[in-house]
Design a protein around this ligand. Structure first.
Ligand code: ATP
Ligand code: MG
Length: 580
């Protein structure tokens, strides 16, 4: 069975707890046949007038003692079994996150955030339930039914048992049919609930845009439709749910009717005693739950199996960038060299980088410019090894990049991405992300280099101000400078700035660039930008267009060349003098 197969590691690890829970459950099941038998005996003794007071006391005491004992055992198996399902959920969530941290960007392009969240919540929950509640229903069905049936046959009458049980298989049948319907409707309701979530999320995060385009009413109407759909689907679930109880009552009532009717007939003909008839009816009641449990078990197992399969699909996705079998150790990155590097995104129709060749000595600064969509970020991502790379095309210190371990490559790089991400934490922690043990002085220096000191002074709690979703909102330029300080703090061998100064004013930009030139002498820096003033001082600048290098050289050479670079530079200078 795929559920047990896929989770065999867990069952192997926890078999002791499972055995204990199952043994206790079975014991409770067996012990529970004693009280009805005692009640039957007492009634027969009353009828024949043979009941003495000490015997009555003894019976009562035994019943109370048994109840206390069963109470304790039930407590232990419930905590053990349900503890297992909580533990499994925890382990699975940990594994999932661990798996995701190893994945490259293409994984997150294939699996949306919503899907991954659903996996980590709904699916993991369903699996946990199967490993706890599912096991409980299974054991209850098997042991509970067996124990009661054996008792009925051996202590009372197999004929009465067969007669009374005729309606009970229908119970399982009805429950499984209703269950199937229920599941179908439930899935539909969950689906539309998910859609409602997505809609709410988009409306709230996009509220400003919606309002500025005066689309509130349109959005509210659409949301109204979505919530109506959720309501209707949940109504359908409730309708099926309402059928459960009466169906069960009817079938169980039928069973009791036969039990009492045929049983009385047998008492009348002296085939069984009155006490036996009463015990029998109590046993009949004890069969109802195992029958329901069987239907439940089928439902739970199906849901758990579906979820465990979904999880397995996600776990089976391998990272498309992995460490080489044998790595070459490069102590310090020296010259970076590209030899006719081309690149195509997985699943894309055309190349995003074509035939890129360049050389960058250690300590030099490279500028990458070009119109939007020309491949600047793509080239940086190749250096960062976010995507698979063509072998023997990109070298660091004469070693092909794909032969160096990922940890080493990423350890060299300080990366300020184009879409900067701040976590909902104090600014200090955001900056110290790559170096949690950094001292206050080190952080202060990084902040200073990123020209962020004045901004910090104006924040309500300085570096301890919490930013992000439930904190203070920072401006675009402030966020950029926090990202820059984060990268500078680790004093990386290779600093990669992807359009990282686009939202700061010209004066701040030149202050940061001057700091970089001063503090990073001897270390390599790569700057992709739209503002050409940011690469004026670069040792070499390439101009990309449609993934190709169309111009390259120093600032002076490119100005003399008189192509795209010069045209852009002149335009930007003119705009700056007009606005400045
Ligand atoms: P900008 O200046 O706007 O940041 P850019 O020069 O950084 O642009 P890139 O982001 O490198 O441009 O994109 C280069 C090309 O690659 C574009 O045509 C883009 O559509 C494509 N591209 C970018 N990311 C992906 C991706 N994950 N999958 C497929 N194609 C992509
Ligand atoms: Mg870009």
């Amino acid at each position: 069975m795929s559920f047990i197969g896929r989770l065999s590691w867990f069952f192997k690890e926890q078999w002791g707890r499972y055995v204990m829970a199952i043994v206790l459950m079975a014991t409770v099941n067996i012990l529970s046949i004693i009280p009805p038998k005692m009640i039957g005996n007492v009634i027969d003794q009353i009828r024949t007038g043979g009941l003495t007071q000490p015997e009555l006391y003894r019976n009562v005491l035994l019943l109370v003692g048994l109840a206390v004992f069963v109470y304790i055992m039930v407590y232990i198996w419930i905590t053990t079994l349900f503890g297992n399902s909580i533990l499994l959920e925890r382990l699975l969530r940990g594994r999932l996150l661990q798996h995701m941290t190893k994945m490259s960007p293409s994984f997150f392009q294939k699996n949306t955030t919503g899907e991954l969240m659903a996996l980590a919540t709904n699916d993991v929950l369903a699996i946990g339930q199967t490993a706890g509640y599912g096991v409980m229903t299974l054991v209850n069905t098997l042991v509970g039914t067996a124990v009661v049936l054996i008792t009925m046959v051996s202590l009372i009458s197999y004929k009465l048992m067969l007669a009374a049980l005729i309606p009970l298989p229908f119970l399982t049948f009805v429950i499984s049919i209703l269950g199937k319907q229920m599941r179908k409707r439930f899935v539909a309701a969950q689906g539309s609930f998910g859609k409602m979530n997505d809609h709410a999320l988009e409306s709230i995060s996009g509220m400003r845009v919606i309002r500025s385009y005066v689309q509130e009413e349109h959005d509210i109407n659409k949301f109204d439709e979505v919530t109506k759909d959720v309501m209707n689907k949940n109504m359908r679930v409730a309708a099926i749910n309402a059928l459960f109880h009466p169906s069960i009552s009817t079938i169980v009532g039928l069973s009791y009717t036969i039990g009492i009717g045929y049983g009385s007939y047998m008492v009348f003909h002296n085939q069984i005693s009155l006490g036996q008839l009463i015990s029998f009816n109590i046993y009949l009641g004890m069969l109802i739950w195992p029958m329901i449990a069987f239907g439940e078990f089928i439902n739970i197992l199906q849901r758990g199996t579906a979820s465990v399969d979904r999880l397995a699909v996600s776990f089976a996705q391998q990272a498309d960038v992995v460490d080489p079998v044998s790595t070459v150790d490069v102590e310090r990155p020296g010259r970076i060299e590209l030899k006719a590097l081309s690149f195509r995104y997985p699943g894309s129709q055309h190349d995003s980088l074509r035939n890129i060749s360049l050389q960058l000595e250690r300590g030099q600064t490279l500028g990458i410019v070009g119109r939007t969509g020309s491949g600047k970020s793509t080239l940086l991502k190749q250096l960062l090894r976010q995507y698979p790379i063509e072998p023997e095309k990109l070298f660091i210190s004469e070693v092909p990049l794909e032969q160096i371990s990922l940890a080493q490559v990423r350890g060299w790089m300080g990366y300020v991405p184009q879409e900067h991400l701040l976590l909902s934490k104090p600014i200090r922690d955001n900056i110290a992300l790559g170096k949690p043990e950094a001292t206050g002085a080190e952080i202060g220096k990084a902040v200073e280099m990123a020209s962020f000191t004045k901004d910090v002074e104006q924040l309500p709690e300085g570096l301890d101000t919490i930013v992000g979703e439930n904190g203070v909102m920072l401006s675009g330029g402030q966020k950029q400078r926090v990202s820059i300080a984060r990268a500078l703090l680790v004093d990386p061998e290779i600093l990669i700035l992807d359009d990282s100064l686009s939202a700061v004013d010209a004066r701040t930009e030149s202050a940061i660039l001057a700091n970089l030139r001063k503090e990073r002498s001897g270390k390599t820096t790569v700057i992709a930008t739209h503002r050409l003033s940011a690469v004026m001082h670069a040792d070499w600048t390439i101009v990309l267009d449609d993934g190709r290098i169309i111009e390259e050289g120093t600032h002076e050479q490119l100005m003399l060349f008189g192509g795209w670079y010069k045209e852009q530079f002149d335009r930007q200078q003119m705009e700056a003098s007009l606005t400045g």
